[in-house]
Design a binder for this molecule. Structure first.
Ligand code: MF3
Ligand code: CO
Length: 252
């Protein structure tokens, strides 16, 4: 069922979203060659607890998953797209690392992700990061009351194609707020006017995932990490937004 959030809920989401964005900014600063991915997860957990919030992903089981997610932060490197597990792996120069984090604050959930280059990265990879961040901005600019999820997806995909990259299929944005994942499903492709109508109070996590190669995904044997089937590098940016009477407000 699609739910809209009350004014009070949105105030709480705004507070939680601000905390989440600040923490993700801190994690970005901690990204450097030689850093262990589990250390980023530990830092994420500590910062969330210090802020009086709860990690949304720790012990969460997304629909279709075989177990509970064992960490607070998703760390996905290079060909990995989403849900990479933090562990003993160490970041190295040239890696593209996606940090995806969710938190619960005063009972409400927000979700956010960024992709960061480790040390000096290739010029093409810089372009990939810029285009993916812009794709998210295009999606947000397209959203508003009376628009549809298909409007968002179609605008995002058109933009990404024009820049010479590919939208990853099989993973998508989603409703959020009372749970880490809610309806509606918000694909990063689609038809104008298609999908669900956007109404004031609807809270969405928009999250374009952009590949330098194939759009096809593959789930690794760990049952969590999604990679591009052709192992091409990719990027992912995500923000939580709310549809307002007049447009959108970014919550994270
Ligand atoms: N932000 C992730 C998403 O929207 C949520 C990860 S849930 C986890 O898919 F359980 F995998 F961590
Ligand atoms: Co999400």
């Amino acid at each position: 069922m699609i739910s809209t959030k009350s004014k009070l809920d949105i105030e709480k989401l705004r507070e939680g979203g601000k905390i989440l964005a600040t923490i993700l900014g801190e994690l970005k600063k901690a990204v450097a060659p030689g850093v262990k991915t589990s250390d980023l997860d530990t830092l994420a957990y500590r910062l969330i607890i210090k802020a009086g919030a709860k990690p949304a992903f720790l012990h969460y089981r997304p629909e279709g998953a075989k177990s509970d997610y064992p960490a607070s932060l998703c760390v996905s490197i290079n060909e990995e797209i989403v849900h990479g597990l933090p562990g003993k792996r160490v970041l190295k120069v040239g890696d593209l690392v996606t940090l995806d984090l969710g938190l619960e604050y005063k009972g409400l959930f927000t979700d956010m992700a960024i992709t960061v280059g480790v040390g000096k990265i290739k010029v093409e990879d810089k372009k990939l990061l810029a285009v993916t961040a812009q794709a998210l901005a295009v999606g947000i600019a397209t959203a508003g009351p009376g628009k549809t999820t298909g409007d968002i997806g179609s605008a995002i995909e058109k933009f990404v194609k024009k820049q010479g990259f590919t939208i990853i299929k099989g993973l998508a944005g989603h409703g959020v707020g009372y749970a880490p994942h809610e309806e509606p499903y918000v694909p990063n492709y689609g038809h104008r006017g298609g999908g669900e109508k956007l109404i004031p109070g609807l809270v969405l996590a928009l999250e374009p995932m952009v590949s330098t190669g194939s759009s096809a995904i593959k789930l690794l044997a760990d049952d969590w990490t999604y990679i591009t089937r052709d192992k091409s590098p990719n990027a992912h940016f995500e923000k939580t937004i709310v549809i307002t009477e007049t447009g959108v407000e970014i919550l994270t």
